[in-house]
Design a protein around this ligand. Structure first.
Ligand SMILES: *[C@@H]1O[C@H](CO)[C@@H](O)[C@H](O)[C@H]1NC(C)=O
Ligand SMILES: *[C@@H]1O[C@H](CO)[C@@H](O)[C@H](O)[C@H]1NC(C)=O
Ligand SMILES: *[C@@H]1O[C@H](CO)[C@@H](O)[C@H](O)[C@H]1NC(C)=O
Length: 391
């Protein structure tokens, strides 16, 4: 009953005409408190403080603040020292996150959209050759270009504009992968939906296989097998020369959200253990399928996050097994660690723009051997390098 009075009182206080009633109600409220013992007020305050402190503790713990985490936990549950020790140890051995300078360096392009040798036009992906020279799929120029480190212009390696034969095969190259074993480049040509191999030795193109007219990103493992993310078939396939049995390495059990299923997989990454990371677009999650596994493991889950589409573009994994996504809608690169329900900004995120701390529609990511991060900054027609900050 008293509670009802309090609510009504507050409501009427907002109306100017009810000021008299309001004063009366306030008086009876004060009387009510006077009648109660001080103890009840203290209990109320203690509960209130706990309600405020607990969410803070949870947030701080998630951020990995070891000191705060362990001391506060000790106050709340003094008896459970074993659990606290375990948690603290786990926190301490957890590797640190990598950091990159927020100001990027342009290593290719950045001179407006165009076909000059100092320009790029919608560069979508890049790779390093054996000498760590960057190769770029210069999509709208229908060519693969090479930019030596520190140079002001590039060199055309594969040209889809010159020879008739090449023209037929190579339009809108979207992906480029270095095939060391064959001294070749693997190129995904968007216009004719085909995966091509271009041999350096005799500058000829071999068509490896056609793809469905859908988004089909590709990746390569250290053994030279090509992986194709089959968006429409909800699976990832592995292709190898002379291998007639094209293996399904992830999904292939219809579309759905069970652990052995995928739903519209987009980007893939294959690590040195032949594990395949799949951005499982339709399920808003990233799955890891280990070699020969019959089901995947959920690595990141963005299902409950309505603020961002978790893995809209390219995705790579670093040596700490953290996932990085080119968030081309929010013009930034995000990092997802195991169990995360949302990504954190690594570089960019300062709106679309061409300043050094900005990106505009990033599409693919790449690390060099020193851990520096490269971003295909497509709408800015440039490749940005973000230097690793070592600590
Ligand atoms: C890498 O550098 C070596 C030595 O300069 C050179 O012989 C080789 O052709 C280069 N490789 C490529 C792919 O350019
Ligand atoms: C080009 O070189 C590759 C690798 O040596 C070879 O397999 C292919 O047949 C050659 N193509 C032509 C047209 O000579
Ligand atoms: C690597 O390739 C070789 C031959 O191409 C094959 O025999 C071997 O099984 C492959 N290894 C893995 C781990 O896929």
């Amino acid at each position: 009953m008293e509670l009802d009075n309090i609510e009504t009182c507050d409501e009427k206080k907002a109306e100017p005409n009810a000021s008299e009633t309001s004063t009366n109600r306030l008086r009876s409220l004060l009387k009510y408190f006077e009648k109660r013992k001080l103890m009840w007020i203290i209990i109320f305050l203690v509960i209130l403080i706990l309600i405020i402190i607990i969410p803070i503790v949870i947030v701080k713990t998630k951020k990995g603040n070891v000191t705060y985490h362990s001391t506060t936990m000790a106050i709340i549950t003094t008896e459970n020292t074993k659990a606290i020790n375990e948690l603290t140890t786990e926190e301490q051995i957890r590797p640190k996150y990598k950091k990159w300078k927020q100001e990027g360096i342009t290593v290719a392009g950045g001179n407006g959209k165009g076909s000059g040798l100092h320009q790029l036009a919608n560069p979508t992906s890049m790779a390093f050759d054996e000498n760590e020279t960057i190769l770029i799929a210069d999509k709208d120029n229908h060519r693969i270009v090479e930019w030596k480190y520190g140079s002001n212009s590039g060199q055309i390696i594969v040209d889809g504009n010159n020879a008739e034969e090449i023209k037929y095969h190579l339009r809108l190259p979207e992906e480029v992968i270095v095939d060391k074993k064959n001294n070749a480049l693997i190129i995904y040509s968007y216009a004719n939906q085909a995966v091509l191999r271009w041999f350096r030795q005799n500058q000829t193109i071999q068509e490896l296989f056609d793809l469905d007219p859908n988004l089909n990103p590709i990746a390569m493992d250290k053994n030279g097998s090509i992986y194709i993310s089959e968006y429409a078939e909800d699976r990832v396939r592995r292709w190898k020369d002379g291998d007639t049995n094209e293996a399904i390495v992830a999904g292939g059990n219809g579309n759905g959200k069970d652990l052995n299923q995928l739903f519209a997989p987009k980007f893939i990454f294959v690590d040195d253990d032949y594990s395949v990371y799949v951005s499982d677009w339709g399920n808003d999650r990233v799955m890891k399928w280990e070699k020969d596994a019959t089901q995947g493991i959920i690595i990141a889950d963005g299902t409950n996050n309505f603020n961002q589409i978790p893995f809209p573009e390219g995705m790579i994994v670093d040596d700490l097994r953290h996932i990085y996504a080119a968030d081309n809608i929010n013009h930034r690169v995000t990092r997802w660690c195991k169990g995360d329900t949302q990504g954190s900004t690594v570089v960019g995120g300062n709106g679309p723009g061409a300043e050094s701390n900005q990106l505009n529609g990033p599409t693919r990511l790449l690390f060099d051997t020193e851990g520096n991060l490269y971003v295909a900054d497509s709408n800015n027609n440039r490749i940005q390098k973000f230097e690793l900050v070592s600590d």
